[in-house]
Design a protein around this ligand. Sequence first.
Ligand code: PMP
Length: 462
Amino acid sequence: MIQLNPIAVHEMLVHEQTLFAEKHPQSKANFQAGQAHYLYGAPSHWMRRWSGGFPLVAQSAQGTHLRCVDGQDYVDFCLGDTGGMCGHGHPAVTEGVAAQLSRGATLMLPTEDAQWVGQELTRRFSLPYWGFTTSASDANRAAIRIARMVTGREKVLVFNGCYHGSVEEAHVALGDQGEMVMRNGIHANAVDHARVSKVVEFNDIAALQAALADGDVACVLTEPFMTNYGMFAPKPGFLDALRAACTATGTLLIIDETHTFSNGPGGCTGAQGLQPDFFVVGKAVGGGIPVGLYGVSQAVAERMWQVVPKVNPTEVRQSAHLGFGGTLAGSALQVAAVRAVLTHVLTDEAFGRMVALAALLAERTRSVIERHKLPWFVALMGARMETLYHPDEPFDATDVKNGRDGVLESLLHVYFMNRGVLITPFHSMLLMCPASTEGDCERYLQVLEGFCTALIARCEAR
Ligand code: PMP
């Protein structure tokens, strides 16, 4: 195995960032101007995380291709960190959304699309009852709130390395001594995590059982395959043990498939027959229109109706708040977007192609890595693949953390951008959409080949 030289990696990063700045003067100037208007230079703080030192300013995007204001063309494997999994500007989404926009975007009334969408959600993800929110973060919050309402418990258990959006309870991690700490980058903000959160390592059944045994956890919130701290899979039997431990302790199970929807048309839940009490999905399912969805099991719905009756009492004119969702949740526009996506875009057939292409890309990436004797691991989950820069398959966040090389990852991202390939800035994740082609993958593989050769030559020269 090749040993990388950290000084050589750092020198290459400086060189590539200089090149990036030279190639993108307008994007750079735009980001500098944005400092006067935005807290972190751009409309969302996430946008500054691209490793060029500033984000590209996008001019247009179509299918898998994106063009920036500096006139460069990119193959986009980031796809908005999955929000763009339909491919950019998909005609069916554009038509469905534009048609509804012209008929009324938000009416505080259901449209006929809602019946089709409700039925389709159950067909794909199996849970019988659904609610809309405006983001996956908010859908997780709704699920947590219901879990607390029906269990009367306060704590939420999450796994180390998780990300579930701006859900306060999930902003925790395991410290070096196994203690609960705030997640890196999170600052104390008066939320008492000791009161509301618990965190254990993914795949650690004994720790999970011990944490639930106290009987104070309302719900476990997890992805069925972790994607947000490097991709790591459940070990055989782990998800069954999780379900059993929840059932045994009266804890509710929220499966968050916001990212793992890329596993296939029904996410991991559909494919593996998982039996969550709540199911959450967002981002891609709205084709770019802000949508979150939470599904609820029959048993949880019945408990919920005992707390908050199904039929509104006629004498109550005020204070009928349920405490979740918002006025734009379930809007005609959102429902039309989900209908267009599930009917025409993220279909069984499209997933078949996307998953096959991702598998091919993973296999060919592995062979480039092996040929160059680099100590890297390629993870694959449905239409999504990711390279981790250490040799062994990780099974929890500590495995990932121990093998992480932030400078190498930053270098790789900017090197790829300089050669027309966009990879998700927070991970080295590549996602397929229905418009992805073997030609797109070829472009990535060519750049990877050049990257490995240049990296090794630079390290050997040092
Ligand atoms: N759940 C998971 C698993 C996610 O990865 C994310 C976002 N990356 C969210 C929830 C939150 O989604 P949003 O930012 O759209 O609220």
